[in-house]
Design a protein around this ligand. Sequence first.
Ligand code: SAM
Length: 297
Amino acid sequence: MIRGLPATRNVYRTLTNTSRVLNVEKSNVNNNVSIPSVSTTHFGSKTVPTAEKSKMVGHVFSSVASKYDIMNDIMSLGIHRLWKSHFINKLDPGKRPNSMEPLNFIDVAGGSGDIAFGILDYAKAKHGDAVSTMDVVDINPEMLKEGEKRALDMGRYFKDPRVRYIIQNAEVLDKIEDNSKDVYTVSFGIRNFTDIQAGLNTAYRVLKPGGIFYCLEFSQINNQVMDLLYQQWAKVLPVFGSIVANDYDSYQYLVESIERFPNQEKFKSMIEKAGFQSAGYESLTSGICAIHWGIKA
Ligand SMILES: C[S@@+](CC[C@H](N)C(=O)[O-])C[C@H]1O[C@@H](n2cnc3c(N)ncnc32)[C@H](O)[C@@H]1O
């Protein structure tokens, strides 16, 4: 299903036969006195209590939700549309005519529905697939509402029995059964997870054997000129956020979260650590972002 990937038996099976906290740790001091130490993580460039991060990320996306699409265009000079389109074309999603069963897709951190609706549109146009299902999952009800609003505006995928909109933390996905999905996508979402490895492990859990993990995320730039240009651009992004969305801090967080995300090789090793095989990646636009994939054994 992923163009350029060796056609492993598992991928082929997915294509054709998928017919089918507060984290308080006790630390002992002077052997007698026990004081709680709060576990911490990063929120952009700040260090925050782990239990607070998802609330803070929630605040960011609640704040940017209504302006999310226009800000995406401004932030990426419209290039995010090309990246997303390439992401979907490379995946080549959709039930093949010789397969009896619909595919079950899940788009995690699906927000405004760009990827979920793009996949369903592609599957219909390219493979005549109007039966496969899609779960659009996001931790943030406001972002999910933006997706539903867009579906309503488009006149498709709103109150469609094939499409479910589910509020869930991607690190847990307790409403999603084990071994139930053929393709798991996540686009520009995973860097916001509090525990990225837990998110990857959960992706592995919900995928069927032979299922595909497929991710689009910012990455490490591999070209000095592009890096220089990007560094300058990143300095002014929060200013645009402040002008367009009246929110400097959220856009500052988005820039910082991009800087903190693991590079291509490190993220590939995390995907493998979750159990995925045939892991690989493709850097886009000199590594500004990258597509990553892995197959559940
Ligand atoms: C930058 S938006 C990406 C939206 C869309 N996938 C796209 O490509 O345009 C990031 C999304 O990740 C969601 N998100 C962040 N942390 C999450 C988590 N732990 N579980 C599920 N969704 C999460 C946010 O609510 C937000 O909608």
